[in-house]
Design a protein around this ligand. Structure first.
Ligand code: F6P
Length: 555
């Protein structure tokens, strides 16, 4: 990093830490008391999408310092390089150009960015047209299985980014009805998963998508072989060509597996696994929800791309969401982050965000290999509201750690029980309000006395029934959950992650941390076979290998 920029960045971090050390840095309610316009001032919008971060300890000064930090970290330059197709993934020498997959067909070519978004989107366009034609052919019955039966079921075999994104989106877009085909997802190498699926699948009417960027991932390849055996066992070897589709960058390995070129959909290495639902990896989405929905998903993400690219940092939703996270993690020391979508259809959003955020930014070294000087990604977790309220929200309200929450809600449901939706929304707003406001011991006591409790009992229970309040949250509210708004929401989080990576000075686009376990698992497989030498391990691992074999009667 340029020494001048380095000094600026360090000074910005120091300013932030000074603000965090102020006695009132964790208090939020006084900010509301001091500014009747706070909700409006600390909200940003993109059309119907509203990001309200007023229920955080950020005030005008803090925001100024956070924006200054983003500038000092070179965010504007980073954003330009990202969109220009510069190899921002420096450990793998790759660009991160998933935005090119969503660029519309008629996007104006920009000669100032050769090799950038425009050139990349031209490459993506051709594959997108093939995916569209394939989707239509499956839906209209032109494309059929080996026995002449039409396809009514899709089995997507993939893991990580080749599973979580499509799985989350398919659920979000089809739960309210309208699925064109049933889609099942197989990710875990645990044989129970495939056995349970295979029991209910009809091979004659099942299209199998093997989704793997590398086409080498051990779990996916093992499951793909099991599915190939299952299908060939039922319909014969020749049926594989009609029933198997590959979604991958590795055409050679796909061909070696026996999947034909017409049923192979590719993408480029500038699409990271966790950013790949927009590519061929998203074929299950198009098959389940229809091509128009897949296109609308891309359009929604592109709307967020354009906003992220063009809007000033002060009004930029991904930037603001990222800065709120930086405030919580680095200034206030929050090590976890809760995502509560008050929407059953978004039930898999936290699992998707776990990979997006934690695989991208769960890093300890900066771009130059030196140790990071600040904590990076928090632990992300969540389930749909209101279920969360009956499990872990106790800790979020009264536990010893402060856990910032993202509340996500669509104002209009896709069912006609408006009373249920109002109850859902009331719960979302109430949780955020309770976290902010809290309840003093005196208030708790007053309530108990009013309800007829004795003074002694009220005194005893008051500490247990008091809430500290001053617990931060952001609220993300939009009109309706559909393909467009979902694409926009996912891209909001994708860019948030990139912004935080830039500010932390890390590479958000590699994932070396997943390698060691993979290597050791590969080496351990032979050790688990009967009579094999367990190999050299720590004594705990050796004992576990022995116990496993003993329990199986294979010692
Ligand atoms: O193990 C992690 C990972 O590399 C993810 O980043 C990726 O999404 C997943 O594995 C699956 O990889 P592939 O699509 O190559 O099978």
């Amino acid at each position: 990093m340029d020494p001048e920029l380095h000094a600026l960045r360090n000074a910005a971090w120091r300013r932030l830490m000074t603000m965090a050390a102020l006695p009132d840095a964790r208090r939020i309610t006084p900010l509301f008391a001091a500014d009747p316009q706070r909700a409006a001032r600390f909200s940003a919008r993109l059309n119907d999408l509203r990001l309200d971060f007023s229920k955080t300890g950020i005030d005008q000064d803090t925001l100024g310092v956070l924006i200054g930090l983003a500038r000092a970290a070179g965010l504007e330059d980073f954003r330009a390089r990202l969109f220009a197709g510069v190899a921002v993934n420096t450990t793998e020498g790759r660009a991160a150009m998933h935005m090119a997959l969503r660029a519309p067909d008629d996007v104006e070519l920009n000669a100032t960015l050769p090799g950038g978004i425009d050139a990349a989107s031209a490459l993506a366009r051709a594959e997108r047209a093939r995916m569209r034609d394939f989707t239509w052919a499956v839906h209209d019955g032109t494309l059929r299985g080996a026995t002449g039966a039409t396809f009514d079921t899709v089995l997507n075999i993939g893991i990580g980014g080749s599973d979580l994104g499509p799985r989350m989106v398919v659920r979000a877009l089809t739960m309210a009805g309208g699925a064109r085909l049933a889609v099942h997802f197989l990710s875990n190498v645990d044989g129970h998963a495939f056995a349970a699926l295979a029991r209910n699948l009809n091979p004659e009417r099942t299209l199998v998508l093997v989704a793997s960027k590398t086409f080498t991932t051990a779990e996916t390849m093992m499951n793909a072989r099991a599915a190939r055996d299952w299908l060939a066992g039922a319909l014969g070897n020749a049926a594989v060509a009609q029933h198997f589709v590959a979604l991958s960058t590795n055409a050679k390995a796909v061909a070696a597996f026996g999947i034909v070129a017409e049923k192979t959909f590719g993408f480029r290495d500038w699409v990271g696994g966790r950013y790949s639902l927009w590519s061929a990896i998203g074929l299950s989405i198009a098959l389940a929800a229809g091509w128009e929905s897949f296109q609308a998903l891309l359009d929604g993400a592109w709307a967020m791309d354009c906003h992220f690219c063009d809007a000033a940092l002060e009004e930029n939703l991904p930037v603001l969401l990222a800065l709120v996270g930086i405030w919580h993690v680095d200034a206030l020391g929050c090590g976890s982050h809760c995502v509560l979508a008050y929407d059953e259809r978004l039930g898999l959003l936290p699992a998707f965000l776990q990979q997006l955020e934690m695989e991208s930014n769960g890093k300890s070294v900066m771009l130059d290999g030196s140790p990071v000087d600040q904590p990076t990604c928090p632990v992300v977790f969540g389930v749909p509201g209101t279920d969360a309220q009956h499990s872990f929200m106790q800790l979020v309200h009264q536990g010893t750690s402060v856990v910032p929450v993202d509340f996500i809600l669509a104002a209009t449901p896709d069912h006609d029980r408006q009373d249920a939706h109002r109850a859902l929304a009331a719960n979302a707003f109430a949780q955020a309000e309770a976290l902010l406001r809290g309840r003093t011991a005196e208030e708790a006591k007053g309530g108990m006395l009013q309800a007829g409790m004795t003074q002694g009992e009220a005194d005893r229970l008051a500490p247990h029934r008091a809430f500290s309040g001053e617990r931060p949250s952001v609220s993300i509210l939009f009109h309706r959950l559909d393909a467009f708004s979902l694409g926009r929401l996912i891209a909001l989080y994708e860019h948030k992650v990139a912004v935080q990576g830039c500010i932390w000075g890390i590479n958000s686009f590699d994932q070396w941390g997943v390698e060691l376990g993979k290597e050791l698992a590969g080496a351990l497989v032979p050790a688990l076979t009967p009579g094999a030498d367990p190999g050299a391990h720590d004594s705990s691992t050796t004992a576990l290998i022995r116990a496993f074999r003993e329990l199986r009667g294979e010692a």
